[in-house]
Write a protein that binds this ligand. Structure first.
Ligand code: ZN
Length: 254
């Protein structure tokens, strides 16, 4: 087991070039894009302290390590898998800026979709518009630092989730090699299965942990949705409106 963990680091996460044989047997694409489980585990934050976090930024933060590593890993290593986006340094250097960009983009889409004109469209558009209006009503933003904190909290929760539920961890990349955070027994492999995109997926105690956390997260997501508060909706709307107006001014100036 120890040897397997060490090989996995060298072949997949270290400086050695990847060889085709090494890909199949150790570090499959452990990036199950876990919506809504990753988001649902953050429910205590939005239920206990409504208005203290941006829900949209939290939700995007909760998936952004996979977005970052999906892009960087495929672009630079030729395959998906956990990498720098799941490390402490990556949380700050990559996940927060990428998450902020995606949060801004999402809010712009939400603003656009929730506008009165979009509510007159076909059935699909009307549904999208209703979801956008709901997203607008549950979100709140008090500026860049506020949003960055929410993205960071979401990304941190994602990485902690993966730490307990995946065969390997990149938390200390690039300084330390994949420590067995919960003991080697927790990361043991009972057997492996191959699914499309997940060749040689390790099944063991950590997989049971993943299963339990995934179910708990999904239940929390649907059972405890964010409060729809007028304050949150109004603040988010005003914030986005200022952004939108700023853009319009800039365009007319240009
Ligand atoms: Zn992940």
């Amino acid at each position: 087991m120890h040897e397997a963990r060490q090989n996995s680091w060298l072949n997949g996460h270290g400086s050695r070039p990847l060889c085709a044989e090494s890909v199949g047997d150790y570090d499959p694409a452990v990036l199950p894009f876990g919506f809504p489980s990753h988001q649902g585990l953050l429910a205590p934050l939005w239920r206990v302290w409504p208005g203290r976090f941006s829900v949209i930024a939290l939700w995007i933060g909760a998936i952004v390590p996979d977005v970052v590593d999906g892009a960087t890993s495929i672009a630079l290593r030729g395959r998906p898998g956990q990498w720098m986006g799941h490390s402490i340094i990556g949380l700050f250097a990559l996940c927060v800026p990428v998450g902020l960009g995606l949060t801004t983009l999402t809010r712009r889409i939400v603003i656009r979709l929730s506008s009165p004109g979009e509510r007159q469209g076909d059935r699909g558009m009307r549904l999208a518009s209703r979801i956008a209006s709901w997203a607008l009503a549950i979100d709140v933003s008090k500026g860049l630092i506020f949003d960055a904190r929410s993205v960071w909290m979401g990304a941190l929760s994602h990485v902690v989730f993966d730490l307990a539920s995946h065969e390997h961890s990149m938390l200390l990349w690039p300084w330390a090699k994949d420590p067995a955070w919960f003991g080697s027994w927790w990361h043991a492999t009972w057997f492996r299965i191959s699914l499309p995109g997940y060749a040689g997926y390790s099944i063991g105690p950590h997989f049971v942990g993943w299963l339990v956390l995934s179910v708990v997260g999904a239940v929390l997501f649907f059972k405890y949705p964010p409060h729809r508060t007028q304050t949150a909706g109004r603040e988010a709307f005003m914030f986005q409106r200022r952004l939108h107006d700023g853009d319009a001014t800039a365009r007319s100036d240009g």
